[in-house]
Design a binder for this molecule. Structure first.
Ligand code: MUC
Ligand code: MG
Length: 370
């Protein structure tokens, strides 16, 4: 099997089907990075990471991801055998700090390449799959209650989603909680409702609003406080029965360990990009499992390629107490692959095809790249 001969990184902007409103930004087009690693025989490993709202959601931006890979990571890859992705990533970690999204993009493209060289599904290289399908949540975030209710009813009718996450960090908290109440009244009997505040509340606001949300029957509260506020998250976790999920706070293995130790939440949202790849995601799932934390299969709203990576790693993790939200491809107007995601009876189906099971459409890449 031949070694790596080239690494190419592309930034693309992909339009979405409707505006997607979070506390810090409204997504109308999503910036993604595509990585293509080629071996000397011409086989390509392909991967993707997505970012939300430039630098407003997190510190990794598509521009920085590309610049740092080109300058600091690619030199570690040329001439290497991709099957040693664990060793390669360990070497990179010694000279490249942080840069989790960039590392995730590279590690997963290496895994895709090594799997394609062997003509096996990627999950066989990190434990093998447990699940053939996983529950799939949808985020209602149009910014309009009536439209959200209509959307939820349509998703239930199509048997696409029966878990809905509501983004309630932007604007007046009282009004947002009323909005949750209206949605629960409309579709709560047939679905499970969770909320994501995306760090927007202070502890005082959270105390008042989580009490109301708990009484309404909301089943999980995602990142109510700023990522730095571990102590506040601990107090909320202690006080309420409803699960408190750490998302933006739970990034690296070390940060997640600190969250678990402080019980700054009782559940963790996994996302390969924020953890720095599949191997790190599996370590985080392991420490969370050891501590009795619940897991959620999170997303950075990747398109079909990044989503397939998340589906592949989540298929190897024993239990997702809160299911997954790897719906990204369904929010996009278009895709860069020949395949789309498959949803049946409210669950995403895990692909058994070679690599991550996606084929890059080079014409689309040419069209959408910056
Ligand atoms: C986040 O914070 O969870 C994931 C789903 C969604 O609607 O937004 C993202 C980011
Ligand atoms: Mg979140």
């Amino acid at each position: 099997m031949s070694n790596i001969s080239s690494v190419d990184i592309f930034i693309c902007d992909l339009p979405v089907v409707r505006p997607h409103k979070l506390s810090m930004t409204t997504i109308t087009s999503q910036a993604i990075v595509i990585g293509i690693i080629k071996d000397e025989s011409g086989i390509t490993g392909v991967s993707e990471v997505a970012t939300i709202g430039g630098a407003s959601y997190g510190e990794s931006t598509v521009e920085a991801i590309k610049a740092n890979i080109d300058q600091y990571i690619t030199p570690h890859l040329i001439g290497q055998n991709p099957i040693f992705f664990n060793r390669i990533m360990n070497n990179i970690s010694k000279s490249v700090r942080g840069n989790y999204f960039a590392k995730s993009l590279i590690e997963t493209a290496l895994i895709d390449l090594a799997a394609k060289q062997r003509e096996i599904p990627a999950y066989e290289l990190f434990g093998g799959k447990i699940h053939n399908s996983l529950p799939l949540a949808w985020t209602l975030a149009s910014g309009d209650t009536a439209r959200d209710i209509e959307e939820a009813k349509e998703m239930l009718h199509q048997k696409r989603h029966n878990i809905f996450k509501l983004k309630i960090g932007s604007g007046d908290p009282d009004a947002n909680v009323k909005h949750v109440g209206k949605i629960i009244k409309a579709v709560g009997d047939e679905s499970r409702i969770t909320v994501d505040i995306n760090q927007a509340w202070d502890e005082y606001t959270a105390l008042k609003q989580i009490k109301a949300l708990e009484e309404m029957g909301v089943s999980m509260i995602e990142q109510p406080l700023p990522a730095w506020n571990y102590e506040g998250m601990s107090r909320l976790t202690e006080r309420f029965d409803v699960s408190i999920l750490a998302d933006e706070a739970a990034t690296s293995l070390h940060d997640t360990y600190r969250i678990i130790k402080a019980r700054a939440g009782d559940a963790i949202a996994l996302k390969p990009a924020k953890h720095g790849g599949i191997l790190e995601t599996k370590k985080i799932a392991g420490i969370a499992e050891a501590a009795g934390f619940g897991l959620y299969g999170g997303t950075m709203i990747e398109s079909t390629i990044g989503n397939a990576v998340a589906a592949s790693v989540y298929s190897t993790i024993p239990e997702f107490k809160f299911g997954t939200e790897i719906f990204g491809p369904l929010l996009y107007k278009d895709k860069l692959t020949l395949e789309n995601i498959e949803v049946k009876d409210f669950e995403i189906q895990i692909s058994d095809d070679i690599g991550f099971g996606v084929t890059l459409d080079y014409e689309k890449l040419e069209y959408y790249k910056r």
